[in-house]
Design a protein around this ligand. Structure first.
Ligand code: NAD
Ligand code: LMR
Length: 329
């Protein structure tokens, strides 16, 4: 085990289905290798009993790097001094619902948690929102935490990024490791834009290798963008293990850095790059060094890509207007 001080990691929705995978991945070292960690687990009061059962199972794994676990229903206690916060806890959508339907149901969770993080988290806390609608929930948390720099709030589009890589690799019959420079632009919703024009396969342009714009438009993009709904239809429940995997990968890369020569998709507060209005939490191609992300600059966007990005960003503007009207930001 490393001799570094334990990193305090908060996870919300800890008795839910994503966390039933996520907590064990974090504790087994998928996040930070052998660095010691302390888990701070937040749930609503009625779910604390179930969470005690999850903690019993974590104990029964005898993970060497997991030095302490605390649970509770008070974000001000659970978030005290945390360096990383994974905000997973929120209601998932059911069959037939769009993510926008969750705005009012879940938005209020993130005002309280943003305020608590603002008051008690470590100054360098990294906050990653997985709970849907993830981009706008991250915006709510960020706006309710005025003392924490905006750049410390991200939302998850890594699952979409991984879905896009996997669909492209299957189409071209190559291992997924050949796919690089994938980008998800915009919202984690059906309007998201997975971009094959800047992606590469074996170092070559992905769109050119596919050579079939109709497939990109009518097959690839909707398959990736509606994958969440397809999983709900098949499983009767929203994606969980793959969402946990993506949450770990996003936070790991944010803390430890992205691989040399590639980028990942992260929903981060826009600085105006690529014409996305400043402050919206929108997905971009990002690299990370020394714990700080940067939006990759200078990518070419043709007319098709521009229109797709604009449509997803317009949805983010609508969501921001809706939560403003609800008094959440
Ligand atoms: P789940 O219903 O199994 O678990 C959610 C948990 O959150 C429950 O245990 C609930 O008690 C808890 N919770 C509710 N309010 C809370 C609060 N105020 N504080 C702490 N905990 C609270 O749901 P799940 O399948 O684990 O999904 C969680 C969220 O993640 C959903 O919103 C889902 O839509 C979203 N999700 C996002 C992605 C993504 O890629 N961004 C992917 C899959 C799922
Ligand atoms: C997903 O993408 O799998 C999740 O966001 C669940 C959903 O509601 O689609």
């Amino acid at each position: 085990m490393s001799t570094e001080a334990p990193l305090k990691i908060a996870v919300t929705g800890a008795a839910g289905q994503i966390c039933y995978s996520l907590l064990f991945r974090i504790a087994s070292g998928s996040l930070l290798g052998d660095r010691p960690i302390e888990l701070r687990l937040l749930e609503i009061t009625p779910a604390l009993k179930a969470l005690e059962g999850v903690v019993m199972e974590l104990d029964d794994c005898a993970f060497g790097n997991l030095v302490n676990i605390e649970i509770g229903d008070d974000p001000r206690k659970v978030f005290d001094g945390v360096h990383a916060a994974m905000l997973v806890g929120a209601m998932p959508r059911k069959a037939g619902m769009e993510r926008g339907d969750l705005l009012s149901a879940n938005g209020a969770i993130f005002t309280a948690q943003g305020k608590a993080l603002n008051d008690v988290a470590a100054d360098d806390v990294k906050v990653l929102v997985t709970g849907n609608p993830a981009n706008t929930n991250a915006l709510i948390a960020m706006k309710n935490a005025p003392d924490i720099p905006a750049s410390q709030f991200n939302a998850l589009t890594r699952l979409d990024h991984n879905r896009a890589k996997s669909q492209l690799a299957a189409k071209l019959g190559v291992p997924v490791t050949e796919v690089s420079h994938m980008t998800i632009w915009g919202n984690h919703s059906a309007t998201q834009y997975p971009d094959l024009f800047n992606a590469k396969v074996g170092g070559k342009n992905a769109a050119e290798l596919v050579g079939d714009e109709a497939w990109i438009e009518n097959d690839f993009i909707p398959t990736v963008a509606k994958r969440g709904a397809a999983i709900i239809a098949a499983r009767g429940l929203s994606s969980a293990a793959s969402a946990a995997n993506a949450t770990v990968e996003h936070m790991r890369d944010w803390i430890l850095g992205t691989p040399e020569g590639d980028w990942v998709s992260m929903a981060v507060p826009s600085d105006g790059s690529y014409g996305v209005p400043e402050g919206l939490i929108s997905s971009f191609p990002c690299t990370v060094k020394d714990g700080k992300y940067e939006i990759v600059q200078g990518l070419e966007l043709g007319e098709f890509s521009r229109a797709k990005i604009d449509a997803s960003v317009a949805e983010l503007v609508d969501e921001r207007n809706a939560v403003t009207e609800l008094g959440l930001i």
